[in-house]
Design a protein around this ligand. Structure first.
Ligand code: AMP
Length: 215
């Protein structure tokens, strides 16, 4: 199964992707995580991407298309995969279609997550994550311990450098302009299935898994 998770930052794409991944035993490929790892490892890709990410802008299409086409060649993608954060532009979506076509594959569904902007901002500003194991926390709904250490691995709990008020507002306007048109793209291709992302993680995943299990 090949799935795309589509939605504004903060709608829970990463969280839902991980849950689908566990049930269907296919990897989640998060381009944001790949870029953050590249930054931590101080690779040339990391230093190129950082300036765009810190400003809340998109990394250029050509860089992202190269990155994803290399990643999809790996063996773990043989039974399918879930894309979280890619495509983010119509050019990326078209490139992905061509890439999949060349190996006789196609996207099964684009899972769209819908959430009001006020809630998105609330979620993004309260989001935290473990620097080591990348487990998510939320200062309101799932706060980390007072010592700021992850109970799972002991790692330091941090805030993403692009989860600041100024960068969030830029990321949301970039989403409106560049990524939202993808909904129409996948609607036209009859791939889009929209879900209300205003609920608990469990409620939303129940709805998505029910849909996918009936297919
Ligand atoms: P995310 O973790 O998905 O919120 O991504 C964090 C940041 O990484 C984004 O704000 C972009 O700067 C960059 N990024 C991730 N995926 C892409 C993509 N498919 N195209 C362009 N930039 C991306």
């Amino acid at each position: 199964m090949i799935l795309i998770l589509l939605g504004a930052p903060g709608t829970g794409k990463g969280t839902q992707a991980k849950l689908i991944s566990e049930v269907f035993k296919i990897p989640t490929i998060s381009t944001g995580e790949m870029l953050r790892t590249a930054i931590e490892e101080k690779t040339p890709l990391g230093s190129r991407a950082k300036s765009f990410m810190d400003k809340g802008e998109l990394v250029p299409d050509a860089v992202m298309i190269d990155l994803i086409s290399e990643r999809l060649k790996r063996n773990d993608c043989g039974n399918g995969f879930i894309l979280d954060g890619f495509p983010r532009t119509v050019a990326q979506a078209k490139a992905l279609d061509l890439l999949l076509q060349s190996s006789n594959h196609k996207i099964d569904y684009a899972i769209g997550l819908d959430l009001a902007e006020k809630k998105i901002i609330e979620r993004l500003t309260s989001r935290r994550l473990c620097k080591e194991c990348r487990k998510d926390y939320n200062m309101i709904t799932d706060p980390p311990p007072k010592n700021n250490r992850c109970p799972v691995c002991g790692g330091e709990i941090i805030q993403r450098s692009d989860d600041t008020a100024e960068t969030i507002s830029k990321r949301l306007s970039v989403y409106e302009e560049k990524t939202k048109p993808l909904k129409q793209y996948y609607l036209d291709n009859r791939k889009l299935k929209l879900f209300d992302a205003d609920g608990t993680v469990e409620e939303i995943s129940k709805n998505i898994l029910k849909f996918l299990s009936n297919k």
